[in-house]
Design a protein around this ligand. Structure first.
Ligand code: BV8
Length: 237
């Protein structure tokens, strides 16, 4: 913790990458953890364009369930701590793999949603966008008048990340003095590459109760949860 505090004190530019682990203590399941979403659901059926083409009602039923869970959830002390860190660092970028909007609800502003969000739907044919309620998209409103279908504004497996968001994430990681990786197993690409591929110079630290795919390739490992460690980090700064 002291090494990370020292690095952050000296840092002008900080880049943070988060995954579903930071929302675990808000009651939202991770993907690969115990009762993780990918343990109870088949990813290719639910988070892929092929799965949506096969059964859009199944896919929307699942995302509507997740949307309602997101709305019921509250940002936790981990999300709050990162919002505080943004206020004391000159150049701060937060890139998240999460689609739960909890960083924005915690007051973070420079947030890059690498894998999209569940605030809007977009038409597969004409790209028209529409918002939907906390309960999600009514299943009888999936079809769009243009003949296309409304799909979640999410990046599914096999799909590219939004180019502007990805570029901003790459440049944010490349210029950082400190890269902080919180609550991700770092196995999904290209997001995981932000921690290790674009900046030889940065001090890279992870906050995670478990070892991850990058633990042995970074400068500092803090074993514990986001809610336990991030507020302490801010208090020590
Ligand atoms: C693409 C949206 C090409 C959906 C998601 C290179 C190598 C290998 C494979 C690939 C590669 N490049 C591309 C691939 C394929 C694929 C990929 O990475 N596959 C993996 C599985 C090997 N990548 C893609 O398909 C990407 N697209 O490559 O397109 C392309 C390019 C140009 C043109 C055309 C095509 C798109 C990937 C995005 C997919 N969408 N999400 C949705 O949410 O429904 S990914 C989804 O899974 C999440 O967004 C997140 O990214 C990922 C889950 O990871 P985590 O969040 O880390 O969750 P996990 O459960 O794994 O870990 C949780 C961690 O938290 C654990 O470490 C745990 O210990 C920790 N934790 C638990 N509690 C706490 C905690 N930490 C702190 N506090 C706690 N309390």
């Amino acid at each position: 913790m002291e090494r990370l505090v020292a690095a952050l004190r000296a840092a002008r530019s900080v880049f943070v990458l988060t995954g579903s682990g930071i929302s675990a203590e808000s009651g939202l399941p991770t993907f690969r953890g115990i009762n993780g979403l990918w343990r109870t659901h088949r990813v290719e059926e639910l988070a892929s364009p092929e799965g949506f083409a096969r059964d859009p009602v199944l896919v929307w039923t699942w995302y509507n369930e997740r949307k309602s869970a997101h709305v019921r959830a509250e940002p936790n002390a981990g999300h709050d701590a990162l919002a505080r860190l943004e206020r004391i660092v000159d150049d701060f970028t937060l890139a998240t793999q999460n689609v739960d909007s909890l960083h924005l609800r915690a007051g973070s502003s420079n947030v890059l949603e690498l894998h999209g969000n569940l605030r809007e739907a977009r038409c597969t044919r004409c790209g028209a966008r529409r918002a939907f309620e906390a309960t999600g998209l009514p299943l009888d409103e999936i079809d769009h008048e243009c003949g296309g279908k409304f799909r979640p504004d999410i990046v599914w497996f096999g799909e590219p990340l939004p180019a502007d968001v990805w570029r901003a994430a790459q440049t944010g990681a490349a210029r950082a003095d400190v890269i902080l990786v919180v609550g991700t197993s770092a196995v999904v690409y290209p997001a995981a590459a932000l921690a290790t591929h674009y900046n030889e110079r940065a001090f890279v630290a992870e906050v995670n109760p478990e070892p991850t795919a990058i633990s042995d390739r970074i400068d500092c490992v803090l074993r514990g949860t986001a809610v336990e460690l991030l507020p302490r980090l801010l208090d020590d700064l």
